[in-house]
Design a protein around this ligand. Structure first.
Ligand SMILES: C[S@@+](CC[C@H](N)C(=O)[O-])C[C@H]1O[C@@H](n2cnc3c(N)ncnc32)[C@H](O)[C@@H]1O
Length: 176
């Protein structure tokens, strides 16, 4: 799973951004591993953490709060399906790649296709192809299915796309 990849990759002192961070469960684990974590969500977490720098913002507001920021890891798990896809592909993902340091990684987990059960709020679906143009895909899983119990415990089959994109290192080529 992508969270296992994140836990493997994170190092003490890394600067990490978690977009759509929810209840800060992952952010807390990263802080415990010595990372410095910024988190963004439209909903304020019920149990905020003093160690996490939290910003309350919608996806559309994100560009204005990331000016001059640089990160080793940018994470958006289970959240981009709530964002307008055109905005995600034309604004957010290019911005996430821009704020990554060279060699830094973007970790995405989102919905591949419409869930089988009643699930009204989902706006967008993504395949690996949507992400390939942003950098080097170092990990990609498409179309794995998980059953989730939501909406009064009605089971819903969700097909996910998971992807890790690495920002290339800018290697200078000298010719003589
Ligand atoms: C399914 S939760 C995922 C939380 C966490 N990333 C995880 O994997 O457990 C989706 C998160 O996206 C946030 N979200 C939904 N719409 C949003 C929006 N328009 N702008 C910012 N965050 C949004 C929700 O508040 C929620 O915390």
């Amino acid at each position: 799973m992508i969270t296992e990849e994140i836990k493997k990759d994170v190092r003490k002192g890394m600067i990490v951004l978690d977009v759509g961070a929810g209840d800060l469960k992952l952010a807390k684990k990263l802080v415990n591993k010595g990372a410095l974590v910024d988190a963004i969500d439209i909903v304020i977490p019920t149990n905020p953490l003093s160690e996490v720098n939290f910003f309350k913002a919608s996806f559309e507001e994100i560009p204005s709060i990331l000016i001059n920021k640089k990160y080793d890891m940018v994470i958006a798990l289970n959240s981009l399906q709530f964002c307008d896809k055109t905005f995600a592909l034309n604004v957010l993902l290019p911005l996430f790649m821009e704020i990554l340091k060279e060699g830094g990684r973007l970790y995405l987990e989102t919905f591949l296709k419409k869930p089988t059960g009643f699930f009204p709020k989902i706006k967008s679906f993504y395949s690996l192809k949507d992400f390939e143009k942003f950098g080097t895909v170092v990990y990609g899983v498409e179309d794995y299915e998980e059953d989730h119990k939501i909406n009064r415990h009605v089971p819903v089959g969700i097909h996910f796309t998971d992807c890790i994109i690495e920002k290339p290192k800018n290697t200078m080529i000298y010719s003589t």
